[in-house]
Design a protein around this ligand. Structure first.
Ligand SMILES: [Zn+2]
Length: 85
């Protein structure tokens, strides 16, 4: 069964729905009190989301990895340096 991504034009809520091609497409936001109009992201909707989060993940991973590498390297290299001196 294909899955579709919907995005609310009012509150920006985005979610994924599994439904058959024969099912009526959703039109109203599922968020209580919103009731905004939903836009169905066709075909490559999942790809678009993947691209966006992919960039953020790469960015986040590199910075957190650097921070972890720094802490790791500093902790393990300090004791030998001191004992040698
Ligand atoms: Zn909404």
């Amino acid at each position: 069964m294909p899955n579709y991504d919907y995005e609310c034009q009012k509150c920006g809520d985005r979610f994924e729905v599994f439904q058959s091609m024969n099912d009526a497409k959703l039109s109203l936001c599922r968020v209580d009190g919103c009731g905004g109009e939903l836009k169905r992201l066709l075909g490559t909707g999942g790809g678009i989301i993947f691209k966006g989060s992919g960039f953020y993940q790469t960015d986040y991973r590199s910075s957190s990895y650097q921070a972890g590498a720094k802490a790791d390297g500093g902790g393990s290299s300090a004791p030998p340096a001191k004992s040698g001196d």
